[in-house]
Each structure stands twice: as structure tokens, then as C-alpha cells.
Design a protein around this ligand. Sequence first.
Ligand code: PMP
Length: 413
Amino acid sequence: MLDVQRIRADFPILQRTVNGKPLVYLDNAATSQKPRAVIEALKDYYERYNANVHRGVHTLSQEATDAFETVREQVARFIGARHSEEVVFVRNTTEAINLVSYAWARRVLQPGDEVIVTEMEHHSNLIPWQLAARDTGAVLRLVPLRDDGTLDLDRYAAILSDRTRLVAVSHMSNALGTINPVADMARLAHEQGALVLVDGAQSVPHLPVDVQALGCDFLAFSGHKMLGPTGVGVLWTRREVLESMDPFLGGGNMILQVWWDRAEWQEIPFRFEAGTPDIADVVAFGPALEYLSALGMDQVRAHELELTRYALARLREVEGLVIYGPQDAESRGGVFSFGLGDIHPHDIGTVLDAEGVAIRAGHHCCQPLMRRLGVPATARASFYLYNTPEEVDALVAALGKVQQIFGRARATV
Ligand code: PMP
């Protein structure tokens, strides 16, 4: 089991108070907090070896390049990639998916080809496919959601066909917490000759994720949701696919030779990293990966599973509270979207904030999903490795305050 009190001591921000109350940070699906090792690594980089990478012969540049490339290898190990060249650094999950949409999909998709997405996708894994479909004449198909918050896999099998070129699916929903069976979905897609993109923004920080076991072709995720700094995302792509792709952005760093009228591209992954990358943040992502690896992702998942079981039980005690998504802990992560009668989620969020409890309220970048649920927005509490059962209690107590303020009667409407 995780020693959560020891872990908490590594996160300076968790010591602070908000509105006179100890901070209870339950907005981890939006971004995670950072351990001291990550914050120190940023400072250390700027104080000791700040320089541009991949081009300088001087010592600082070599040190910066070594540190940067070491993190690429760490990322590859973390997700079970065979080759570190399969790891492309981008800004975030959104950019990773757009890279695939521009550098792969727009070259491959023909009119009438199909891209399958699901009803629970974040806008980041929907809009890039809408745009690619608009530009190529391809068609978007949708895997519907069942009422229990899981995907209708029979419908998925039915809409897959030899016209399917890509299946783009999130591994874990940021709005429902649902964990999707992406390995099975990938196997079925490959039988039809389609490639598979997994949006790992919520899964890579919270579950053991191995790209070989998933059998996907692309995996996108963000460092900032897994203890790392903002500004670093990863696109992992199976080598043969990445090698077949043209650049997305042109400029420095991504070329071998340039003439006035043409250029030859660099090898992967540099072909996809035009311009000066976010060196400091990539370097500081290293200690975040080390931190998670030292704890063990299976332990992180086990801790969150326990918290999820406890949160499900405690939240069910709150009169009038509806939890969206799967009702059993095993099929979900520690992301709880909920409603409380007709109290607006923003009002819930504001009252909770006054109690020091940070949650999110809104559509969570999933407007079509909100329409499917029949609500404009939800309140969302999301957990991570430093959260405790006592913080679940604090959330439930603060929800009691919400009911006091807005009236229990309205909450049970
Ligand atoms: N996909 C999912 C499932 C997410 O939860 C998020 C972040 N909320 C994203 C994509 C986008 O991540 P980013 O904002 O870091 O690009």
C-alpha cells in the first residue's frame, strides 16, 4: 500500500490552506499537483545547464540534450515502448492528437473512409477528427454509450468495417471515470485493417499502461496530469507508422538538408519536433516519471481503487446525489461526476471552495456527452495518489453544507 502521509509531505502545495481551511485538492483530472523533486528539477535546469538542445557543441548544450533525451527513454520505459524514437514530445494530449490528425489522417483518409470515436470523448479527441473528416471527405462514426456509462461494444463491432481507417478512443473517461476495454477494441479494429489511437490523458497517470499490451498504434497523454510540469505532452506511435508520416510543423530541428525549394526530413522522432522544444519542462518531467515508477503504477491504481470504493459508498449516503458513470469501482477510475438535485454544479463548486475543497464544475470538455446525460454540466471530484479517505469525508461534509445552504428539499427534487 502507498504511504500516503509520506507522499503528501513531498507536495508543498498540499500544506496550504484555502479560505482558512486545509486544501482538499480534488481536481486531479484537470491537472495534478507537483512533488518537490519536479519543482527542484526545473530550478536546477535553469540554474545550472540551461541551453538549447541538439545543436550546440558546448558543455551546457550537451548536458541539456542528455537530460532531455534521458527523459525520452524514461517515457518509453514507462509505457512499455520498444524504441525511444517512438516518443515525440509535444505540448499536451490535444497537440498529440492534432499531430496525428494532420500528419497521418489527412494523408491517409479518402472520401467515404470512416473514423470511429465514442460518445464519451473529450473535445480533444473529437474536434481533430471532425476537422480531418471535413478536409478529406471521411465520415465520423460514433460508438454509443449504454445507460450504465460503458460503451456499447456490440454497436462498436457492428459499425467497424473495412471502411474504418481509425478508431480514436479514450482509455479512461475524464467525465464518467469509465475505463474502456481498449485492448479488445484495438484487436477488433486491427482485424479490419484500421489503426487505433488511445487518448491516455486520464489512464497513463492512474493505471499501469503498456502500449504492447494495449496493442494500439498511437497513445497520447499529458505530463501535467501525472505530476509533471505543464507544457509537456507525449505522442507515442508505433515505429512503422511514425516513419511513414510526413512532418506536421516545419522549421528548425526537423530537417536533414534544406535547399531553396525542398528539404529532407530528419529521422523520427525529430521530424516531428520542429523548433525549440519545452526543454525545462521535459527535463522536469523525468522526476515525475521516476516518482510514479518508484511507487509502482499498480500500487497507484490499488490506492485509487480503495479510495473509489470508499467514495462510492460515502457519496451514496448524500441525499439526492446522482453519480454518473459506472457504479462499480473496478470499471472506473477515481473520477466522480455527480449532480445534486437541481443545485447548479457551479454553486456546488463555489460552496465547496469556501470549505477548502477544490472540485470542477462544467461540461468537462465533453458537451455531446453532457447532452447524452441530459444535463448542462456536472460537478466533478477526481482523486490522485496523495488523496485520503479523510478527504472523501471532507467532500461529503462540504456537500452537507451545500444542502444546508440550498435546502435539502431542493436537493431531493
Ligand atoms: N483527453 C482527456 C480524456 C482529458 O481528460 C484531457 C484533459 N482534461 C484531454 C484529453 C486534454 O488534455 P490537455 O488539455 O492536456 O491537452
